[in-house]
Design a protein around this ligand. Structure first.
Ligand code: T4K
Length: 391
């Protein structure tokens, strides 16, 4: 790895990149390869590839045990899981969501002709603001989808109070929050149901995959029907449905990765602490705090570029990417600035001031099993030198 001491050492100024291979946000964490191959062999022997196979069932039971939740309904990905949960809950008309989230949260509504109504966030925590949610309720509102952004809990109690007061459905997009805790309870136990993503880029992956977890027996039963075309046995369709099934090979990956879950979290935690230490001496950058004293997955390292920083957020991104650090501007520019929402609601930004500010400030940095302390210090050094040069 190259040593970076002055602006001339930055790739953005013509030097060779600090890293030969790109460092990605979301580089997959991989469990025990031999154990996975054994599962794959078993799948070949059984010739049972999909449709609620034994590995999917085992995976669901292990997720339920891990989260202390009654039902895990495994799905092919987090987006289909969101769509099925939204439909199973009977959400329609308008549903309030943050704009500051991955676009799948909004698309899952829009795809089924439910209007996403974007509410602003708390600029410190980046979570949906309960006051903003209240201000967006109309007679057409049927529900709220809170997002546990970055794995930190959304304001679950306040959102539940609002939902109860107004007779609204409440569910959570917990795509970032698998294995995280809030006030002594595992995330997965809040609202009517919660949706997980096990995409390759999540700290825990099943290649692609997702699930809805819930403590509601009837809701779980409905979603099990919906993910399999509504079939309740050969030739007997008793519910509208789609194909949302998780397949055996994905469940195999999940079962293997569950075994190394705590090791991955420990690596993420070490990386987070190294970033925190290194960033302490860099003016204008604020690392979003994750340490709530409760279980956390530390899968996102989120840095805010403050107004006091000499370099802009985009100058830092440019410098990092030139040096092969593929830092990301999640979730720039906010869903309301993406199509079709931008055209449908051209004035949405007027009520989303904090979303605009936060989305323009955030940089997400690489972490996970493939990063080590020396690499992290180099990533931070690139930003330090870039800021010093700008000053
Ligand atoms: N709700 C929320 C709040 C979410 O964040 C997400 C997904 C969802 C719902 C929907 O869940 P899924 O339907 O996806 O299960 C990524 C992920 O694709 C997406 O799953 C995730 N959120 C989002 C935050 O990030 P991109 O487009 O920014 O990144 P992507 O997929 O291009 O990957 C980033 C980099 O990682 C790549 O440039 C290279 C590296 N990479 C990626 C893959 C897939 C690898 O090294 N190996 C790989 O296999 O969306």
């Amino acid at each position: 790895m190259k040593v970076i001491q002055t602006a001339q050492d930055l790739a953005v100024n013509g030097a060779a990149p600090a890293f030969d291979e790109p460092l990605h946000v979301g580089r997959p964490n991989m469990g025990d390869r031999a154990a996975f191959m054994q599962y794959a062999n078993d799948i070949f022997d059984r010739r049972w590839l999909s449709n609620n196979g034994p590995l999917v069932q085992q995976f669901e039971r292990e997720i339920e045990a891990h989260l202390g939740v009654k039902h895990c309904v495994a799905m092919c990905n987090g987006t289909i899981a969101l769509e099925i949960a939204i439909r199973a809950l009977g959400m329609d008309g308008e549903v309030i969501v943050p704009s500051y989230t991955f676009v799948a949260t909004a698309h899952a509504l829009q795809w089924q002709s439910v209007t996403p109504v974007f509410a602003d966030i708390d600029p410190v925590t980046h979570q949906l603001s309960p006051d903003a949610v209240r201000s967006m309720i109309t007679p057409r509102t049927s529900g709220i989808i809170g997002v546990h952004l970055w794995g930190r809990a959304a304001p679950v109690r306040e959102l539940q109070n609002i939902a109860d007061e107004h007779g609204l459905k409440l569910m959570f997009d917990a795509a970032h929050a698998f294995s995280c805790m809030h006030q002594g309870r595992m995330i997965g136990n809040f609202g009517a149901c919660e949706v997980l993503s096990f995409h390759a880029t999540k700290f825990f992956n099943t290649f692609e995959g997702g699930a809805v977890v819930t403590n509601d027996d009837e809701l779980a039963q409905t979603m099990r029907l919906m993910r399999n075309f509504g079939f309740a046995g050969f030739d007997r369709v008793i519910h509208p449905g789609t194909n949302g099934k998780m397949v055996e090979i994905n469940a195999a990956m999940g079962l293997v990765n569950l075994k190394s879950l705590d090791d991955v979290i420990a690596a993420n935690r070490r990386n987070y602490d190294t970033y925190r230490e290194a960033l302490r001496s860099v003016p204008g950058l604020r690392l979003l705090s994750m340490d709530t004293g409760e279980r956390h997955n530390y899968q996102y390292v989120v840095v805010e570029v403050g107004p006091d920083c000499a370099a802009t957020r985009d100058q830092l991104i440019e410098a990092l990417q030139a040096d092969n650090v593929m830092a990301r501007r999640y979730f720039w520019p906010g869903c309301h600035n993406m199509e079709p929402y931008r055209s449908l609601f051209p004035h949405a930004g007027l009520v989303l001031p904090h979303t605009g500010v936060v989305a323009a400030r955030v940089i997400v940095l690489p972490t996970g099993q493939t990063m080590d302390a020396e690499m992290i210090r180099t990533v931070v050094q690139i930003m330090r030198i870039c800021i010093a040069a700008a000053a």
